[in-house]
Each structure stands twice: as structure tokens, then as C-alpha cells.
Design a protein around this ligand. Structure first.
Ligand SMILES: NC(=O)c1ccc[n+]([C@@H]2O[C@H](COP(=O)([O-])OP(=O)(O)OC[C@H]3O[C@@H](n4cnc5c(N)ncnc54)[C@H](OP(=O)(O)O)[C@@H]3O)[C@@H](O)[C@H]2O)c1
Length: 291
């Protein structure tokens, strides 16, 4: 059980998910919630991280901060490894010392995207990009160093606080674009941070440690996602389906992305956690919230 005076540290507060986690915790009546970002603590500085966590002595650390710019990551792999992998190790080690629970947010990009079946939690991690490989390493460090962990893989995230695909599509429409080429053969699930933050808060109130997949329900392509965004926004933008192969010719120098990003929710079901709402419902609530 977690009492309402539990000390909860949330990294990535200025990002999409961290912001919603802090708000959800506050809404639930937790009185000792601290949201931090890089201005408060650079998570790549080992001694600073360990000192900060030791001084704060949290009961829970929700670790949302990461390098999330997938294409840019290819240019600076060492820096991205420091943020996504090593920083997660420092936090896990500090949590072990403080006897704290830790949530580590991971990604569908830890998988290689082969086949059409949903990935199970124990499928091999064979990321195709610097982002995917470093996030997988972060998972490994957390598993090795701390038993009291929740590793939550999510995908295609959108939240109120930060940049994402939905905002990018709306910006293009507002700039007067009437036709766009969007990838149609990468299939996965979108995730509204408001919904995910509720599930993460449910998790930390238990001792059901382990690895989970958590996204809004339904498998779609980016092209289908874009069409629904424009439909809800009342924008008349034609979305042309293009394959990943075609898209790379139009926009070269991108990180490799998995074609199959379907994630199985079996471990979520087995542990008795609720699934997140259907994606269209999530998107429509999100768009009303940001308009
Ligand atoms: N976005 C997605 O589509 C997606 C998909 C799957 C999984 N995830 C995972 O979900 C989690 C949350 O994603 P998000 O979209 O909410 O992320 P986000 O909006 O990009 O926020 C990440 C935050 O981490 C901070 N950060 C970066 N480097 C740091 C450092 N060295 N020390 C301290 N803070 C640092 C960033 O600060 P600055 O902005 O100042 O750099 C930013 O506020 C991440 O772990 C991500 O890997 C995201």
C-alpha cells in the first residue's frame, strides 16, 4: 500500500508523460509529489543523481525522462546512451539504496518490427535504431539492479505538454497544407498520456512488479491516425498512403522504424490492470482538450 504522504519523484516533468503523471498523482491526493526536469537535475550526472535521490529518499520514482527525438538520436548515439540507458541505471541503483519502487517507461522500438503478431513482453529486444537500442539497455539496467520495478512499454505518445504527431499534423493543416504523404505500413497503437498516467498510478499502488505493455486499444497506421486527426479537426487534408520504403526516398536520413509495433497486453490482463480506452476515444478527448 502506498499512503498519500508517500514521496514520489517524477522525472521528465516538462515532457508529455511526466506532466500528466504529476497531475494525476496530485489529483489522487498524494501530497509529496516532486516533478523534476533537466533544469533541476541532469540525469546523466551519476553522482548528482545518487545524491539527489539519497537526499530526497523517495518511496517511488517515476522515470519518464528520455531522449525521444528518434532521428536526431542517430547522430549522437553516445549522448543518447547516457540519457536513455546510463541515467536509468543510476536511478535504479539509487532506488535500490532508498528501497524505492521505480517505473521505467520504455517503447515499442525495443523490438525489430518483424511479423504481424503482437509482441509479447519476453520477446527478444532487437531495436533497429539508436533510440530503440538505448531504451532496451535502460530496461536491462533496471531489471539487473532493482527488483521493485515496473517497466512499461508504450508507443506513439501524445500529451498536452509537448510536441507530438497530432500537433504536427494540425500545424501542417493550419499552415494551409491540403495534401500529405503519410506512412501506411507501420502498424501500432497510439497512447494518450492522460490515460497512461492513470494506469501508471494504479501500478505504483501495488506490488505487481514486472514488464507491461500499455497503449490505447486498436492497431492502426500513421496514415489512418492522420485521417482521423483531420476528420476530428474538420480539416480538408488529403492523406496519401505511402510505404516506409517510398517515404525514405522522400525524406532520407531517418532512423529505421519497426513495421510491426503491435504490443500484446497479456501481462496487463494477467495482473488485473485495466486496458486503456480505444484510440479514437482517446484522440477525440485529447483534441477537445488542446483546442
Ligand atoms: N514520445 C513517444 O512517442 C514515445 C513512444 C514510446 C515511448 N516513449 C517513452 O515515454 C517516456 C516519456 O516520453 P515523452 O514523450 O513524455 O517525452 P518528452 O516529452 O520528450 O519528455 C522527455 C523529458 O526528458 C527530459 N530530459 C532529457 N534529457 C534529460 C536529462 N539528461 N536529464 C533530465 N531530464 C532530461 C527532457 O527535457 P528537455 O526537453 O529539456 O530535453 C523532457 O522534458 C520516455 O521514456 C520515452 O522514451 C515515448
Amino acid at each position: 500500500m502506498l499512503t498519500k504522504d508517500a514521496k514520489i519523484l517524477v522525472t521528465g516533468f516538462k515532457g508529455q508523460l511526466g506532466y500528466d503523471c504529476v497531475h494525476e498523482l496530485t489529483k489522487r491526493g498524494y501530497i509529496n509529489v516532486k516533478g523534476i526536469d533537466i533544469d533541476d537535475l541532469d540525469l546523466t550526472k551519476e553522482s548528482d543523481v545518487k545524491e539527489y535521490i539519497s537526499d530526497y529518499n523517495p518511496d517511488v520514482v517515476m522515470h519518464n525522462a528520455a531522449w525521444t527525438a528518434v532521428d536526431k538520436a542517430e547522430e549522437i548515439p553516445d549522448k543518447v546512451y547516457e540519457i536513455n540507458a546510463l541515467a536509468s541505471k543510476y536511478i535504479a541503483e539509487a532506488c535500490k539504496k532508498a528501497n524505492a519502487k521505480m517505473v521505467y517507461i520504455s517503447t515499442d522500438y525495443v523490438f525489430n518490427g518483424s511479423g504481424n503478431s503482437p509482441f509479447e513482453i519476453n520477446d527478444p529486444m532487437e531495436g533497429l535504431s539508436v533510440y530503440g537500442i538505448t531504451k532496451a539497455k535502460g530496461e536491462e539496467f533496471v531489471r539487473e539492479n532493482l527488483e521493485k520495478h515496473f517497466i512499461v512499454r508504450t508507443s506513439w505518445v501524445f500529451g498536452k505538454n509537448g510536441n507530438n504527431f497530432v500537433k504536427a499534423m494540425l500545424k501542417l493543416a493550419n499552415m494551409g497544407k491540403t495534401e500529405l504523404n503519410i506512412v501506411c505500413d507501420q502498424i501500432g497503437s497510439v497512447t494518450y498520456t492522460y490515460d497512461l498516467s492513470q494506469l501508471i498510478c494504479d501500478m505504483i499502488e501495488t506490488e505487481k512488479y514486472g514488464t507491461y505493455h500499455a497503449t490505447n486499444e486498436g492497431y492502426i497506421s500513421w496514415a489512418e491516425f492522420a485521417r482521423e486527426i483531420f476528420r476530428l479537426a474538420g480539416k480538408n487534408v488529403i492523406v496519401n498512403d505511402v510505404t516506409t520504403e517510398e517515404y525514405i526516398k522522400i525524406v532520407p536520413q531517418q532512423a529505421k522504424r519497426p513495421l510491426n509495433s503491435r504490443l500484446s497486453k497479456k501481462s496487463l490482463d494477467d495482473a488485473g490492470f485495466h486496458r486503456l480506452p480505444y484510440w479514437k476515444d482517446a484522440l477525440s478527448r485529447y483534441m477537445s482538450n488542446i483546442s
